[in-house]
Design a protein around this ligand. Structure first.
Ligand code: SF4
Length: 232
């Protein structure tokens, strides 16, 4: 186990915080916390965070999210089973929160999926705003992209992805919840930075793996071993 002194939950083999097998009212013993555990390194942050849950709206939102999490499983005689794909989770959670108007921020490369998602959400009673990344038709040269950096080729027009305007339109449309659908890396970061309404992610973009980036990790012992090679 590493001795690096910054939070590294991904390297923890104790998972003390999960307190598996513990009973209500019996918190775990903290003696076995690894040195890099955030509970050890930053104990003061926990009381700050818990104070946030004392705010009624935050507490209720957190409660509904955990109820939704619970409802994604069913307990059968032979064990737990999962029940819901994320789209159904999204619909159920939006209903729990009494959301009426949802806003999809999608990539132009996922226009078909955005249309399908709109149909699904509308059929479930929501009003659906949607904004594609290319909205505004601003050429990529505006942000300093050179001719030989355009995907379509140096002689072609190429509209920039505009996540800031996507966020501003979603904000102004007064949606109850924004839904990111397949924005590129970096463009998604900007969208998150400028989005001021509650936000969730339905899918992230992975052009190679059908928008399932984890597939590269799942096959990291075989086809994607190269990812795990240490760069000196
Ligand atoms: S919080 Fe501490 S005990 Fe829990 S996973 Fe992180 S390092 Fe491990």
């Amino acid at each position: 186990m590493t001795d690096k002194h910054y939070p590294r939950c991904s390297q923890c083999i104790t998972k003390v915080c999960e307190n598996r097998g513990g009973k209500p009212g019996e918190p775990p013993s903290l003696e076995k916390l690894p040195s890099f555990c955030p509970m050890k390194l930053m104990p003061e942050v926990y009381s700050l965070a818990m104070a946030e849950y004392d705010k009624p709206s935050v507490r209720e939102f957190a409660r509904l999210a955990s109820v939704q999490e619970f409802q994604c499983y069913e307990r059968l005689p032979d064990g737990f089973r999962t029940r819901l794909p994320r789209i159904e989770e999204l619909i159920q959670f939006a209903r729990k929160c009494k959301y009426k108007r949802l806003g999809i921020a999608h990539c132009g490369g996922l226009a078909h999926e955005a249309a399908l998602l709109t149909e699904v959400l509308e059929n479930n009673g929501f009003e659906v705003v949607s904004v594609q990344c290319k909205t505004g038709a601003v050429p990529k040269e505006k942000i300093g992209i050179k001719a030989d950096e355009k995907i379509a080729g140096p002689e072609e027009w190429e509209t920039m992805c505009n996540p800031i305007v996507q966020a501003m339109i979603i904000n102004r449309s007064k949606v109850d919840l924004a839904i990111m659908l397949g924005l590129c890396i970096g463009h998604d970061t900007l969208f998150i930075k400028y989005c001021t309404v509650p936000l969730t992610v339905l899918a992230v973009k992975d052009r190679v793996l059908g928008h399932n980036p984890l597939a590269a990790l799942y096959t990291g012992g075989t086809y994607y071993q190269r990812l795990r090679q240490k760069i000196e």
